[in-house]
Write a new protein. Structure first.
Ligand SMILES: Nc1ncnc2c1ncn2[C@@H]1O[C@H](COP(=O)(O)OP(=O)(O)OP(=O)(O)O)[C@@H](O)[C@H]1O
Ligand SMILES: NC(=O)c1ccc[n+]([C@@H]2O[C@H](COP(=O)(O)O)[C@@H](O)[C@H]2O)c1
Length: 270
């Protein structure tokens, strides 16, 4: 497939055996420095690619906004922002009401089709088993640095404040992997729903000790869209226009998603 590279090993951890080779799309990666808010690249001019992991069940305008906020924040700090990936979670994640991965991949693709720099990485969703976020970041980092460019590209995890807070919820993440995510990749965290993310970081030792690896981006224009709220409207037959892209609404209607949650999650895609 043109503009794609396959999986090429892991930076520092062995990937679990049995992983499928799924190409990483590269077609939209390019310096965004020509756009607004790019003052001057910093000394290193570090090239950055962001990866957002999540259910995207379905993708909303806020999921797309997160990439715009990250782009503005990174360019204004002198980094060279190249683009980003939505990585829908594997079906084995087992979250309630998760529609099949192939639907979520397609919805992310149509949602990001109007963006010049947001792409979808289907690797995580297409693996036979659940893949932890650290491995998703490893896969993107390795694929980019081995084939995309001879210059090193830094990959960062893009997330909302709730995901950052889940790092410190006992039993959800493996502490060593959280530490590796901070040290090797770093996190761009978009504030959400009026939560005082800086205070959360201050009050927790793990987050505080890693604060130099967490970029907190303020939500200047509050937008509390969530997939849960969108699904609720769909289940009740209410409008979701202007909450999610029209193309996603069309896809949901064509595939009868979210109106009968049980059928959607158990029906074979296609
Ligand atoms: N309104 C928002 N503000 C900031 N971050 C958000 C927002 N909505 C989603 N995110 C972030 O997007 C990523 C993927 O989110 P996810 O697919 O879990 O969406 P969600 O809307 O939180 O889903 P759900 O409502 O199904 O739990 C996560 O890092 C999440 O924190
Ligand atoms: N240990 C881990 O790597 C770990 C733990 C919990 C959630 N996650 C990820 O965080 C995201 C959470 O998404 P939701 O907010 O939709 O549940 C998913 O992409 C999931 O894979 C990763």
């Amino acid at each position: 497939m043109e503009g794609c590279v396959g999986l090429v090993g892991s930076a520092h951890n062995e990937l679990p055996s049995g992983v499928l080779d799924v190409p990483l799309p590269l077609d939209k990666l390019s310096s965004q420095c020509g756009s607004q808010n790019c003052s001057r690249l910093n000394e290193q001019g570090t090239k950055i690619v962001v990866v957002s992991t999540g259910s995207f069940n379905p993708p909303t305008y806020m999921h797309l906004r997160m990439f715009e906020l990250a782009k503005d924040a990174l360019l204004s700090e002198g980094y060279d922002f190249l683009g980003g990936y939505m990585s829908p979670v594997n079906d084995s994640y087992g979250k309630q009401n998760l529609v099949l991965a192939e639907h979520r991949i397609e919805m992310c693709k149509v949602a990001s089709s109007t963006s010049s720099f947001i792409m979808v990485d289907p690797w995580e969703a297409r693996q036979p088993t659940y893949q932890r976020t650290l491995y998703v970041l490893d896969r993107v980092q390795d694929a980019l640095n081995n084939t995309f460019t001879s210059e090193k590209v830094k990959v960062m995890l893009l997330c909302g404040a709730d995901l950052l807070e889940s790092f410190i919820t006992p039993g959800v993440w493996i502490p060593e992997q959280v530490q590796a995510i901070f040290e090797i990749y770093g996190v761009i965290c978009i504030c959400r729903g009026g939560q005082d993310t800086r205070n959360v970081i201050f009050e927790n030792d793990l987050l505080y000790n890693n604060k130099k690896n967490i970029k907190v981006v303020d939500e200047q224009i509050a937008n509390d869209i969530s997939s849960t709220k969108v699904r609720r409207n769909l289940e009740r037959g209410l409008s979701v226009k202007y909450l999610i892209p029209d193309e996603v609404i069309k896809y949901i209607k064509e595939h009868y998603l979210y109106t009968h949650i049980k059928e959607c999650t158990n029906t074979k895609f296609g």
